[in-house]
Design a protein around this ligand. Structure first.
Ligand code: S3P
Length: 170
């Protein structure tokens, strides 16, 4: 049984969708961000502040390698995991990769309440969202399937991911 790997920008709904898909399919839910936090013993924003983004990406890559040897999981990947091609190859080697997307305004409204995302902790988060989306577009395009979650009910997105996973024969 292949993994289901949810990728996509921050605020596109990966966590809530991955948790529910895992529950409904009786599979294990795995959050890469949580694995990184557990490994480092501190929250993501502290890793960024104290050790820097480059260090965070190194740990993220290690976690990706670990996960690429496992099967049957629903993986909630961090928003930036796809910027490294080897990460994409590893995650796809045992998994169907589904990318969730949303418009900059929707991402802004979904991420604004939390200060836990260091990359968006800037005076002009909307601009940062647009810049990062543009820089990452070609990377997100590498996913096997795409779902725009901007104006979709979460229940629809969950069912769509389950349908994709069944069709992919996972
Ligand atoms: C990041 C997304 C975050 C987290 C870190 C970096 C990114 O995960 O990994 O803050 O580069 O887009 P979520 O997409 O789960 O918020």
């Amino acid at each position: 049984m292949k993994n289901i790997v949810l990728v996509g920008f921050m605020g596109t709904g990966k966590s809530v969708v991955a948790k529910e898909v895992a529950k409904r399919l009786g599979r294990q839910y795995v959050s890469m961000d949580k694995m990184i936090e557990d490994k480092e013993g501190k929250p993501i924003k502290e890793i960024f502040a104290k050790d820097g983004e480059e260090y965070f990406r190194k740990i993220e890559k290690e976690i990706t390698k670990e996960l690429s040897h496992k099967d049957g999981l629903v993986i909630d990947a961090g928003g930036g995991v796809v910027i490294d091609d080897e990460n994409v190859r590893n995650l796809k080697s045992h998994g169907t990769m589904v990318c969730l997307s949303a418009s900059p305004d929707v991402i802004l409204s979904r991420t604004a309440p939390s200060k836990d995302r260091p990359l968006l902790n800037t005076p002009d988060p909307k601009r940062r969202i647009e810049e990062l989306l543009a820089a990452r577009a070609a990377h997100y395009a590498k996913a096997d399937f795409h779902i725009d979650t901007s104006d979709k009910k979460i229940s629809y997105v969950i069912e769509e991911v389950i349908r994709i996973s069944n069709e992919a024969g996972d």
